[in-house]
Every structure is written in structure tokens, then in C-alpha cells.
Design a binder for this molecule. Structure first.
Ligand SMILES: NC(=O)c1ccc[n+]([C@@H]2O[C@H](COP(=O)([O-])OP(=O)(O)OC[C@H]3O[C@@H](n4cnc5c(N)ncnc54)[C@H](OP(=O)(O)O)[C@@H]3O)[C@@H](O)[C@H]2O)c1
Length: 328
């Protein structure tokens, strides 16, 4: 039996929780793995700053050998025993190189990086197939909601006709905040989201719709068995033009404004959009508040399936990474 030797790149919000979950549940994890591994070994944690990462591990009560941390990526690439890479550094430059290198050197790769997958996923998946390695990407869409495996494993017969979702927790948090505090402006709720850690200092990917676009592109490709569509090939509109007046007007009609990403099969043509929509009180989307996500699937035999839950957050997203480890 083989040992599963894991190297994780990134020890931030998601990475530190993955490390914690692996260490705290090692035995249970090993028993649950689809492939029987003799041992499950967290061999490296690649970080930018070793000293501050060690300090952080102590602060969050992760009892781990300091030797595991490395600032040198080559420690990992030069170790032939490493057979599973987890990329949770984010961004598109270094992260993309790590994902490609993992696949090229025939290591399984697990990533939460929707931005890289939306742009380069087609090539990455085909290279992975050629090199007989797995690409796990459950965490790349809707954080802790198990949408990728649900789509891949459950709908074996019949056709999905549409998939729609609230896929960006930052935007949903901001829209809910505008609804509940009508005296606030868009700038106020953005500032609040940044202060509470729901939005990044450069919020463009979230509020301009590109994060939702990357996610719906990935979901659409699985639902409709196509390549991942280019985000520039479908209309993408974010929430930056939403004012408190628009929210009030919608409220008067018993509606809420939500950023909806959707992919629909209309007469064998896939129509994808990302845009703010007015949702009616009887829509499941109406009940989604704060940073939660929701996905609604329509299937010819099953009708409507609704999945709702934590679309982000360290622990929720780490759970999806863990599920990819188990399914290697
Ligand atoms: N946070 C969420 O709720 C969530 C949900 C779903 C998906 N994701 C995805 O998960 C990924 C990680 O997100 P996150 O929130 O965990 O980000 P984060 O908190 O910013 O963590 C990223 C970590 O990577 C480290 N890093 C950056 N460049 C590195 C390098 N060259 N080598 C080694 N480490 C490096 C950073 O180190 P420094 O501390 O030195 O900067 C930081 O600790 C992203 O792709 C994100 O889109 C996140």
C-alpha cells in the first residue's frame, strides 16, 4: 500500500484549516479514503514566511513539527515521495504554475482556485487525464457546499436543464446589509464588508461579478458536458451600480436584489449570465442572506434541487478540500 504524502502551498484562511483538520482527524481520514493508503502524511507546508507561519500555528493551537514548514518550493518538487499537492495560495500567477507543475510531474492536485480553473481548466484537465492524475476542485465553487461531486456523481441519467446560484458571499453580504440598513450607501456596505473580512482590499473580482462568472463557467461545463466557457463570451454584470433606492423599490414589490449566476440549456444552446436580479418572495433565493450561497439545479427527472450553505470561510472551504483528499 502507498503512503499519501501531502504538500500544501499556503497557510492562510483555508490552508491553516486544512492542516488543522488533517492533523486532528488523521485516523478517520485514512479509513475513509477511497484509495487505501498505508499512511496519510502531511509532509510539507509551503509558506512565504516560515517564522510568522510557525508563530501562527502556535496561536491557533496546531501542534506541528516546525520542520514541515518551508519557504523553498523546490523542497517539494525535488521530493519524489510527494504524491498530493494542495494549492491554497490564491491568485493566478504562482498558483497557476503550482497547479501545472503538479500535473506535469504526475502528482494529484487539489485546489480552491476558481480563477485559474476558469481560465486554464480545460488544458489542466486534459493534461491531468493524460498523466493519470486527479484534479480535485470541490472548494473552487461555493466553499463548503458539495456541488461539484453532487453534479459529477448524482445525475448519471437524464439532463440538467439549468443551474443558477448565488455564488458570491461578499456580494450577498453587501446586498443584505443594504436591505437591512437602508440609511447605508453602497460605499458604506463595501467598507463594512472589507472591515469584517468579507471583501478584499481590491474588491473588483467580487463586486464586478468575475468571481461568480468563474464559478458558473466551471459549473456549466460539468452540467452540460462542455469545455469551460470563456468568461468574456457571456455577459457579466456585478453589483456596483446597485443603490439603496433600487433596494427600496424592490422591497416595495416584495422583492430582493440578488447577484445571480445562471447557465441554462435553451434548445441545445447554453446561455450563461451573471447579473443582479430581482427575486420574488417565493423564490428560494429570497431566503439567502449574509455571506451564504445557494445553488438551484433543474433536472428533467428530479425537478428542482436546492443546495444552501456556507459559500466561504476557512473551515467550510477546508471541508471541501478534505473531501477531495478522501476521493483521490
Ligand atoms: N477564504 C475563503 O473563504 C475561500 C473560499 C473558497 C475558496 N477560496 C480560495 O482559496 C484560496 C486561498 O484563499 P485564502 O482565503 O485561504 O487566502 P489567504 O488567507 O490570503 O491565504 C493565502 C496564503 O498563501 C500564502 N502565500 C502566498 N503566496 C505564497 C507563495 N508564493 N508560497 C507560499 N505561500 C504563499 C499567503 O502567505 P502570506 O500570509 O505571507 O501572504 C497566505 O498565507 C484562493 O484561491 C481562494 O479563492 C477561499
Amino acid at each position: 500500500m502507498k503512503t499519501l504524502n501531502i504538500a500544501i502551498f499556503g497557510f492562510g484562511t483555508v490552508g491553516s484549516n486544512v492542516v488543522k483538520m488533517i492533523l486532528q482527524n488523521k485516523e478517520q481520514l485514512q479509513k475513509t479514503c477511497k484509495t487505501p493508503f498505508s499512511t496519510l502524511n502531511l509532509k510539507y507546508i509551503a509558506v512565504r514566511n516560515k517564522a510568522s507561519s510557525i508563530k501562527k500555528s502556535k496561536k491557533i493551537s496546531i501542534n506541528i513539527s516546525e520542520k514541515i514548514f518551508t519557504e523553498n518550493h523546490n523542497d517539494i518538487w525535488n521530493d519524489p515521495e510527494v504524491n498530493c499537492i494542495i494549492e491554497v495560495i490564491g491568485g493566478t500567477d504562482i498558483a497557476k504554475n503550482i497547479i501545472y507543475k503538479a500535473v506535469e510531474t504526475k502528482r494529484n492536485i487539489i485546489t480552491a482556485n476558481k480563477a485559474v480553473l476558469a481560465e486554464f481548466g480545460n488544458e489542466i484537465f486534459s493534461l491531468a487525464k493524460k498523466n493519470n492524475v486527479t484534479v480535485g476542485f470541490e472548494a473552487s465553487v461555493a466553499g463548503g457546499i458539495p456541488i461539484i461531486k453532487t453534479l459529477k456523481n448524482h445525475f448519471s441519467v437524464g439532463n440538467i436543464t439549468s443551474i443558477e446560484g448565488i455564488l458570491n458571499g461578499t456580494c450577498n453580504y453587501m446586498l443584505s446589509n443594504l436591505e437591512n440598513n437602508i440609511e447605508l450607501s453602497y460605499a458604506d456596505v463595501l467598507k463594512d464588508a472589507q472591515e469584517k473580512g468579507f471583501a478584499e482590499s481590491n474588491p473588483s473580482a467580487d463586486v464586478d461579478g468575475w468571481d461568480s462568472a468563474a464559478k458558473i463557467a466551471i459549473l456549466s461545463s460539468i452540467c452540460f458536458h462542455t469545455n469551460i466557457p470563456k468568461m468574456t463570451d457571456f455577459p457579466v454584470e456585478g453589483i456596483s451600480k446597485i443603490t439603496s433606492e433600487k433596494i427600496t423599490q424592490a422591497g416595495k414589490k416584495n422583492q430582493k436584489i440578488r447577484l445571480i449566476a445562471s447557465a441554462k440549456n435553451i434548445n441545445d444552446t447554453i446561455k450563461i449570465t451573471v447579473k443582479p436580479e430581482e427575486v420574488e418572495k417565493n423564490s428560494p433565493f429570497y431566503s439567502v442572506n449574509g455571506p451564504d450561497n445557494m445553488i438551484i439545479i433543474h433536472h428533467e427527472y428530479l425537478g428542482e434541487i436546492v443546495l444552501k450553505g456556507a459559500g466561504a470561510g476557512g473551515e467550510a472551504t477546508a471541508m471541501s478540500i478534505i473531501s477531495d483528499i478522501v476521493n483521490l
